[in-house]
Ligand binder design. Structure first.
Ligand code: GLN
Length: 190
């Protein structure tokens, strides 16, 4: 089993390390051939508008959409959450996503760079996970097939729909690999 990390932009290395800490084989994905080789994919944090434009430039947008449609497990963190959302509020003109999760995500909802923060969250009943939010989105609304995994206050910040997982926060920056191990289990189950 091999898990890819989409390496167009964002904090790729940290996700590779977190996956390896869970005993998974992990590798960067920049080209279609590399995408074809993986059983699951992490879409890192970074900047969703840049990621979308690079996905177009690298001719990966449609191959990624296809793999997601075919049921490949994927985990999106922060900008990656935006990429997995069917609908985005506060996006730039014409901003496109890969989609897959029936939700509306509000971009930069928690404020600007200076408004980044950390907190402990109960993640899917696995105990308190240290969560780092950096210009993070939140989930405005979800469809009936989407399971809410955690909230901060009243805001939804982690969801799952079938083989797709998304968090507003960055678990790869904390050294706590529980969210990644949850995803690795999802990939193994398939
Ligand atoms: N604000 C960024 C975006 O819109 C996401 C920030 C992040 O991934 N840390 O894509």
């Amino acid at each position: 089993m091999k898990i890819g990390v989409l390496a167009l932009q964002g904090d790729v290395r940290e996700h590779v390390h977190a996956l390896e800490a869970c005993g998974a084989r992990a590798s960067a994905v920049r080209r279609q051939e590399e995408l074809d080789e993986v059983d699951g994919l992490v879409i890192p944090g970074g900047e969703s508008t840049t990621m979308w434009k690079l996905a177009v430039a690298f001719e990966l947008l449609e191959p990624l959409r296809l793999r997601i449609k075919e049921g490949m497990p994927a985990y999106g963190s922060c900008a990656g959450m935006i990429m997995l959302a069917d609908r985005v509020e506060g996006g730039t003109e014409g901003q496109q996503t890969l989609g897959g999760i029936d939700m509306v995500v509000r971009r930069n909802a928690f404020g600007r760079q200076v408004d980044s923060f950390e907190t402990d969250l109960d993640f899917a009943g696995r105990g308190a996970v240290r969560a780092v939010f950096i210009r993070a989105p939140w989930v405005e609304s979800v469809g009936t097939d989407v399971k809410v995994l955690c909230r901060t206050g009243s805001r939804i910040v982690a969801v799952r729909q079938g083989p797709l997982l998304a968090t507003s926060f960055h678990p790869e920056l904390t050294g706590d690999a529980r969210v990644h191990s949850y995803f690795v289990e999802m990939v193994r189950e398939l």
